[in-house]
Design a protein around this ligand. Structure first.
Ligand code: SF4
Length: 305
């Protein structure tokens, strides 16, 4: 079944209230796990794994100030800014990913938004990767409607654009754009007919109410994202949040609360592929099986554009 068909299922609700979502977070842990597992098995093949490869096609020097990101020009991580990769380099990397078993190839650029002068190369990358028989995904920052349409015409399957956190907490994480800016790009992507990959990061010093608000914002979109990556912050020294968490280690989200967040995403967006991405590696081996019912993926997003 395609993601598009899944998103049209009548069991998908988009009228969740914050109180309902908060009540799910409050469930006894075993009850929450049972409900998440039940929803997952009703709509997804148990144990299915999708292999994705992510390539940074333009690294560093991003003008945005996302507090978690080492690619921001506002961070002091020593990362060298690079220019956009050549098309043939990207296609060679995609071919290697396919040869090693990947089904989806994701291309990410550290931009606030692509310039129109970059679009010819980007579109060529999408068409070339698609022609190899791989699913295509891109994350390039904010898009104008005409840019989304060009990507759709080139065969782009997915666009990743995360809301990151709750609307209320957004300004504590990023100041160079607004939550509404994100929603505008998601609208443009949807209008162009591209599948949406949209999630965020927990463990950024937010409250549980923010985690409720984050899930609520996703689960009440006019149509649920086909992919919902839920990341736990991997603190990087030199970033605003990495430095903050280095000074206050107790601010790190505990594994059980992270699993609760993924479980609530699973229940409220039953058809979406809920992806446990960054943060998976830092989860203890004892905890990882608790989230075995999310759609497993071998990718991990280096940024959250
Ligand atoms: S997450 Fe994306 S938009 Fe934000 S600073 Fe990093 S590269 Fe730029």
């Amino acid at each position: 079944m395609t993601d598009t068909l899944l998103a049209d299922s009548p069991v998908t609700r988009t009228d969740w209230t914050r109180a309902e979502i908060a009540a799910l977070f409050e469930l006894p842990f075993d009850e929450l796990m049972f409900r998440a597992q039940t929803v997952h098995r009703a709509h997804h093949a148990a144990g299915e794994v999708q292999l994705c490869t992510l390539l940074s096609i333009k690294t560093g020097g991003c003008p945005e100030d996302c507090g978690y990101c080492s690619q921001s020009a506002h961070a002091d991580t020593g990362l060298q800014a690079e220019k956009l990769m050549e098309v043939d380099e990207v296609l060679a990397a995609a071919a290697a990913a396919k040869a090693s078993g990947s089904q989806r190839f994701c291309m990410g650029a550290a931009w606030r938004n692509p310039k129109d002068r970059d679009m010819d190369a980007v579109v060529e990358m999408v068409a070339g990767v698609k022609a190899m028989g791989l699913e295509t995904c891109m994350t390039l920052g904010m898009l104008e409607p005409h840019q989304a349409e060009r990507l759709a015409e080139a065969g782009l399957d997915y666009y990743n654009h995360n809301i990151d956190t709750s609307p209320e907490n957004y300004g504590n994480v990023i100041t160079t754009r607004t939550f509404e800016d994100r929603l505008d790009t998601l609208d443009h992507v949807r209008a162009a007919g591209i599948n949406v990959c949209c999630g965020g990061i927990v463990g950024m010093g937010e409250t549980r109410a923010d985690r409720v608000g984050f899930i609520h914002a996703l689960a009440t979109l006019p149509r649920h994202p086909e992919s919902v990556p839920v990341n736990a912050l991997v603190p990087v020294k030199g970033t605003v949040l990495g430095n903050m968490l280095a000074d206050t280690p107790l601010a790190k989200i505990d594994d059980i609360e992270f699993v609760r967040t993924v479980a609530v995403a699973r229940i409220t967006m039953p058809m979406s592929m809920v992806r446990l991405s960054a943060g998976r590696e830092s989860m203890s081996e004892a905890t990882q099986p608790c989230a075995s019912w999310r759609a497993r993926t071998a990718s991990s997003l280096a940024t959250s554009c």
